[in-house]
Design a protein around this ligand. Structure first.
Ligand SMILES: Cc1cc2nc3c(=O)[nH]c(=O)nc-3n(C[C@H](O)[C@H](O)[C@H](O)COP(=O)(O)OP(=O)(O)OC[C@H]3O[C@@H](n4cnc5c(N)ncnc54)[C@H](O)[C@@H]3O)c2cc1C
Length: 265
């Protein structure tokens, strides 16, 4: 049996395994958005606001998918707003200018100068996010956000995949990728079992699946949780650390490639 029944998995509960979880005290407001004009639209946008990140994920030339993580009360207000006001709130969230910290600006422009002299990207160029024209009818909804980790992904004859085994904050857009990785590894191990003529429910294959996925998923989940915490606080040293950290990650291609390769495996 494969438990692919989501974060509240009945299969996982029936397995009686330990499940570590905590709430982020945020809801994710989702919707399908129509953009003001057709563009190539191949870039995913994310902006970290004091209430949480807002992200636009490209669908096609004129449509993007919204994931707006915010407080419970704000999410409820956003769901109740008439369409036009919701679109105004959305554009405001994407474009509003917040007061900047001069210390952080001074440090990032100094780091940018050093990167430029070293022939690396200084992170100074700014691209502008798209403007939203309308929201697709009945596409607005909100979901609670939480962290979840099942300490075991397997039991005799049973394997968990996807959110049934692990749950992450959507700020890194990794939830589905982690599940796809589970499915790929599980099918690879089960195919190996079939080719060698062994019972596919034998614990050897299931344990291989569990350890390979937990080695990948648990560090990813912890990194996403750390990012959530890093962006939740508005303390000058943290703002500085994350701004310079992003600038360096963007400039150092091997680091960027390593993160991208981990995210897609
Ligand atoms: C607000 C929000 C935004 C997100 N944004 C992103 C993003 O941008 N990128 C990304 O990669 N991930 C994102 N995610 C995470 C992503 O949605 C999940 O990781 C993914 O949907 C998990 O897929 P799944 O198939 O494991 O579980 P689910 O999508 O939860 O599917 C489980 C299915 O099992 C069914 N089911 C449950 N119990 C039973 C039962 N007893 N009998 C029959 N069927 C049952 C459910 O109806 C459901 O259809 C987001 C999540 C949220 C909440």
């Amino acid at each position: 049996m494969i438990g692919a029944d989501g974060a509240n998995s009945a299969v996982r509960k029936a397995m009686g395994v330990q499940y570590l979880s905590w709430n982020y005290d945020q809801m994710g407001v989702v919707a399908t958005l129509h953009l003001s004009e057709a563009t190539e639209n191949t870039t995913a946008w994310q902006r970290f606001l004091p209430t949480g990140p807002i992200a636009l994920l490209p669908l096609d030339a004129t449509r993007s998918s919204l994931v707006w993580s915010t407080t419970h009360s704000h999410a409820k207000e956003l769901l109740k707003l008439p369409e036009e006001q919701f679109v105004d709130a959305l554009n405001d969230a994407l474009w509003k200018q917040y007061p900047r910290r001069s210390l952080v600006d001074t440090c990032t422009s100094w780091v940018g100068g050093c990167l430029r002299r070293a022939g690396l990207a200084d992170g100074a160029e700014r691209q502008l996010p798209p403007c939203v024209r309308a929201v697709a009818p009945s596409s607005r909804a909100a979901f609670p956000l939480a962290f979840g980790h099942s300490t075991r992904y397997i039991a005799p004859g049973v394997a968990l995949v996807g959110d049934a085994a692990h749950r992450v904050h959507p700020l890194a857009g990794q939830g589905v990728n982690l599940g796809f990785g589970d499915v790929k590894d599980l099918t690879d191990f089960l195919a190996d079992a079939i080719y060698t003529g062994l019972d596919i429910t034998h614990h050897t294959w299931l344990e291989k699946y569990e350890s390979s996925r937990q080695r990948h998923n648990v560090p990813t989940q912890l990194a996403i949780d750390a990012l959530y915490r890093l962006y939740s606080l508005d303390i000058a040293p943290l703002v500085l650390a994350r701004s310079v950290g992003l600038q360096l990650t963007n400039a150092l291609h091997p680091v960027k490639k390593m993160i991208m390769s981990h995210a897609t495996s």
